[in-house]
Ligand binder design. Sequence first.
Ligand code: PEP
Length: 246
Amino acid sequence: MRPLIAGNWKMNTLRSEATALVAGLMEQRAERDPGCDMLVCPPFVTLRPVAEVIEGSPIALGAQDCHAEGSGAHTGDISAAMLADAGCKCVIVGHSERRADHRESDSLVVSKAIVAHENDLTAVICVGETLAQRESEETLSIVETQVSQSVPDGATAENTVVAYEPVWAIGTGLTPTIDQISEVHDYMRALLVARFPDRAEFRLLYGGSMNPGNAREILAVDNVNGGLVGGASLKVEDFWAICTSV
Ligand code: PEP
């Protein structure tokens, strides 16, 4: 399974910064194949400028969210069809920042994944426990609930990627131990094999303070099939170093 390294730019980059960032990545990618698929997820308003720069290159474009409905009276929201029309191949759904900031529930996240699939977008579905949940040994049950309720029945290895992102590791510089990452990823794989016995080759990404210094060790863990990278995806050298760590 070819790993996927995805950059979640969050609410960062103005147009000139976004196009410079992706142009820098393209220069590296033109020199060699890092051995992974590369995905960048800029803010909505920079999707088109970035799409124009990466057109024809192996770097794929994704968005950070979509609305759960196809179209209609939802002021300020963006539909999956609009994302596909803008050149996206993927969309992140259920990121913990959206679950927290916008009170997104598993039932909303699964609806977003379904509408993504209907528009031929791969859904990158995020799950992960808070620090309090980790400390009270609820990690596996939280991950089980989120995976079973956020991943739709129509999920396949082509249209769905699951990202394990412990909330307490995002943007904090803290990461779980390798054993903790391994335990959760093995558990997610087992859940998906049990539910989708004929199509369980989903890529499982780890996300949370991944950087050039820890990527190699994390990406070598069984059932870690790539990374979802926030802060370190905003620098060409760091994101490229992570890509070449697979
Ligand atoms: C993220 O928000 O998806 C993420 C992994 O962020 P960071 O790498 O900055 O922890």
